[in-house]
Design a protein around this ligand. Structure first.
Ligand code: 5GP
Length: 214
């Protein structure tokens, strides 16, 4: 991230970023853009029972699982969180997230709100960002124009969207996704500020003062 010696301390843990927002708001596009811009940011690949959409690759977009395989992952405590969303299961593989954070790298989870709230209980120090559409009409247009969903699924996703937007109060930041690049700029600005939080420096500074006072 930087060659600043305070920021490159090897003992530092990475920051967990949780990005939520209603279906169709463009979370996937924003995440892809962020991944190509902020190369040190690691994307957590979720497991899901949803069928792959055209062009989606197993292990890259999702780990596509059968219902039985997914239930076995829950049973074996392999998931940091999981949720049922519009008839399918989605969950975050736990070990990968923990190891990456321990290795000092920032991890981004792109997950819906129920899962995000469960992550908040386990990682209160995480950064919770909610992506908003410029308007609800625009959101519906985006879901319809994606052309991958049936009328019934569109209706269910709009219903889920209203429910999700209503939970904004549980998030730290709100970003309007009017333009992907602008949304990425704002998320990168948040990350930069979070890396400069006083609490990330205090233990190091205290150690440093102890060393020179000895
Ligand atoms: P989609 O089917 O459009 O890819 O995703 C549907 C919703 O599931 C999106 O809101 C997406 O953010 C969410 N989602 C994707 N992966 C996970 C996950 O691992 N856990 C949870 N709780 N939600 C997820």
């Amino acid at each position: 991230m930087s060659n600043n010696k305070w920021l490159s301390n090897e003992e530092d843990k990475g920051i967990l970023i949780v990005l939520s927002g209603p279906s169709g708001v463009g979370k996937g596009t924003v995440c892809t853009a962020l991944r190509s811009r902020a190369r040190e940011l690691v994307y957590s690949v979720s497991a899901t029972t949803r069928a792959p959409r055209e062009g989606e690759v197993d292990g890259l977009n999702y780990f596509f699982k059968t219902r039985e395989q997914f239930l076995a992952m829950i049973e074996q405590d392999e998931l940091l969180e999981w949720a049922e969303y519009v008839g399918n299961y989605y969950g975050t593989p736990k070990e990968f997230v923990k190891q990456t954070l321990d290795g000092g790298k920032d991890v981004i989870l792109e997950i819906e709100v129920q899962g995000a709230l469960k992550v908040r209980d386990q990682f209160p120090e995480g950064i919770f960002i909610f992506l908003l559409p410029p308007s609800l009409d625009e959101l519906e247009n985006r879901i319809v124009n994606r052309g991958t969903e049936s009328d019934e699924t569109i209706r269910q996703r709009m219903e889920a969207a209203l429910y999700e937007i209503n939970l904004l109060e549980h998030y730290d930041y709100a970003i309007v996704n009017d333009q992907v690049e602008a949304a990425c700029n704002r998320i990168e600005a948040i990350l930069l500020a979070e890396h400069c939080k006083r609490d990330r420096f205090l233990p190091k500074i205290k150690k440093w003062i102890e060393e020179v006072s000895e």
